[in-house]
Design a protein around this ligand. Structure first.
Ligand code: ASP
Length: 306
């Protein structure tokens, strides 16, 4: 159990102290802890990091508090289009889905793409048909509806009328990264994308190297933030490269990418990462990031910055 560690995030953004009611705060902490426990139970029994990150993300997808699975945001057309990716660091195998609807747990669809298809990334109707053929669970529109997300969408629509460059500042994507007792790494990310997104927009989350990455030679990374900037920065792979090619520590690499390079580019958000030694980094340049970490040392969850 020396190395086993699991981190999760539930999105970064403008999350300030005082913005959440104490009961809401508690609900976020509890949901993050539930996800950590689900994943860590697997690691503790000697299970794989891939199983652990999928179990943790599945919990977060089923929780309406986060922008993934059940709690996914509305697109401009009032739909839900979800993206997800998994990657494991031993063989560097990856699977992803983009722009899918109706699938209860997109992370499981991403894993099915990795394990049961010859492809890495499936999108739209093809991805949905594949998930059906794999026997994955589907839910009706009511499962994905929440009054809170609906109100958020209406607000975004209204702002669009006066500000075409409207930028949504709350990123509720979920993700998990883990190192198992064998030193194998895995990462998973799942998202509803950005409120009011249009025209089949796909963010960084389902793109290996951008929002999700795992390579035993370096680290496993799951990102959350303004996807357009994270795509351009190839953020997750950049963290890995700084470790592999420049010899930076996990923490140094994550801070350089998020607190310097993404800030310079204009990208708001953060990431969670672990390496094969069981080190972890939970770094963000936004005001807060829903996050948590569990290892033999214990379990902790947090929401706000410094
Ligand atoms: N990165 C996600 C996207 O751009 C959003 C998020 O992190 O909440 O789709």
């Amino acid at each position: 159990m020396k190395k086993a560690v699991l981190a999760v995030h539930g999105g970064a953004g403008v999350i300030r102290k005082g913005m959440l009611e104490p009961a809401q705060e508690q609900a976020y902490h509890a949901a993050l802890a539930t996800a950590l426990q689900a994943g860590y139970a697997i690691l503790k029994q000697g299970g794989t990091s891939l199983d652990a990150v999928c179990a943790a993300v599945k919990e977060l997808e089923d929780c309406p508090l986060f922008n993934a699975g059940r709690g996914s945001v509305f697109t401009h057309d009032g739909l839900h289009e979800m993206d997800a990716c998994v990657m494991e660091g031993k063989e560097m195998d990856a699977g992803a889905v983009a722009g899918v609807d109706g699938i209860r747990n997109p992370v499981l669809a991403a894993r099915a793409v990795m394990e049961h298809s010859e492809h890495v990334l499936l999108s739209g109707a093809g991805a949905v048909a594949f998930a059906r053929a794999q026997g994955l669970a589907f839910e009706s529109e009511a499962w994905f509806h929440s009054d809170f997300r609906y109100a958020q969408w209406q607000e975004a629509l209204k702002e669009d009328r006066v500000r075409l460059d409207h930028s949504e500042k709350k990123f509720g994507t979920v993700g998990a990264v883990a190192c198992d007792v064998h030193g194998n790494l895995a990462a998973a990310t799942s998202t509803g994308g950005m409120t009011n997104k249009r025209w089949g927009r796909i963010g960084d989350s389902p793109v290996p190297g951008a929002g999700t990455y795992a390579n035993n030679a370096g680290c496993a990374v799951s990102c959350t933030g303004h996807g357009e900037f994270f795509l351009r920065g190839v953020v997750a792979y950049d963290v890995h490269c700084l470790m592999e090619y420049r010899g930076l520590s996990l923490q140094q690499a994550a801070e350089l990418v998020i607190c310097q390079k993404q800030v310079a580019l204009g990208g708001e958000g953060g990431l969670i990462a672990v390496d094969a030694e069981g080190n972890s980094a939970l770094v963000f340049n936004s005001e807060g990031m829903y996050r948590g970490l569990v290892s033999a040392k214990g379990l902790e969850t947090a929401i706000y910055g410094g």
